[in-house]
Design a binder for this molecule. Structure first.
Ligand code: 7PJ
Length: 275
């Protein structure tokens, strides 16, 4: 798949390192706030094997404070510009705001990662005019309320149905199908059971064989099941990343890049061995 000027082979799982530029993100909030520290952290993740760096300027964790457009632009655009210049990676931008999408793409970003799946004002029209891919994530409800009582008849069918509708809407808006990635949205309006069913059935969840991005790193599907605090979820993170890679995930969005890349190497070696 083509991301700006880079062609990335998604037939093998790729690793996306998370770079939060929010003061309140729950797992590394505040640590990588300055530009310089952000670039160094991104460089480390790329040296460890990340192909993508996902820059996020608005936390979507339950209860997070919304960020204004001006504030998000101020947080995100300078780091995108620097990453494009100095770090050999595809720069992804985790945003739902049309203005941030447009300016990030102009600054050289290679992927728009939208947890609201282009439902916010003007975002679909904006992406249709850009020449970079977009990741559409499934969410039930909104970050404020989504974890109160998630409910599905069948989470796999409902996520797939959502994917089909969003993809159709995108195509109608002029976004090419070969520029769309899908994400089932672990932790976004799902119970523990829903999350693990999606992980188990990842092979059936995509629509039209579009590439799948997954993000489970440090989330409560690990904290709750394992009874581990955020700092103590590495083994859980690697376990679910390995299962996702085995079950067909194309991009793994993670904090622990180095360890996840080791797991991916094992999965790749395994898939190259004849029976
Ligand atoms: C996800 C994301 C995810 C995609 C966040 C966190 C919360 N983008 N942005 N998928 N999660 N595509 O990292 O815990 O699961 S923010």
């Amino acid at each position: 798949m083509k991301f700006k000027d880079k062609i990335i082979d998604l037939s093998r799982p790729q690793v996306m390192g998370i770079l939060n530029v929010t003061p309140d993100s729950f797992s590394d909030g505040g640590q990588y706030n300055s530009l310089d520290a952000g670039i160094r952290h991104a460089q480390r993740m790329v040296a460890d094997g990340a192909t993508f760096i996902d820059v996020g300027g608005e936390s979507t964790r339950p209860g997070a404070v919304p960020v204004s457009e001006e504030e998000e632009l101020e947080r995100v655009i300078p780091i995108v510009e620097l990453l494009v210049k100095e770090v050999d990676c595809v720069v992804s931008v985790d945003t739902s705001k049309a203005a941030v999408m447009k300016e990030a793409a102009d600054a050289g970003a290679g992927l728009i990662n939208d947890v609201y799946a282009l439902t916010k004002f003007n975002s679909m029209e904006t992406v249709a005019k850009l020449d970079i891919p977009v990741c559409l994530m499934h969410m039930q409800g909104t970050p404020e309320t989504m974890q109160i009582q998630p409910e599905y008849d069948d989470v796999i069918n409902e996520v797939r149905h959502f994917f089909r509708q969003r993809v159709e809407d995108c195509i109608e808006a002029g976004i090419r199908k070969n520029r769309i990635l899908l994400d089932p949205g672990f932790g976004f309006g799902k119970t523990l059971h829903h999350n693990y069913r999606m992980l188990k059935r990842l092979n059936d969840i995509s629509f039209d064989a579009l590439p799948l991005l997954v993000g489970m790193s440090n989330k409560s599907m690990l904290g709750t099941l394992l009874d581990r605090k955020v700092k103590d979820r590495l083994a859980g993170n690697i376990s679910v990343a390995t299962i996702a890679a085995l079950n067909g995930a194309n991009i793994l969005r993670v904090h622990d890049v180095k360890q996840t890349c080791d797991a991916v190497k094992i999965v790749n070696y395994l898939s190259d061995i004849e029976k």
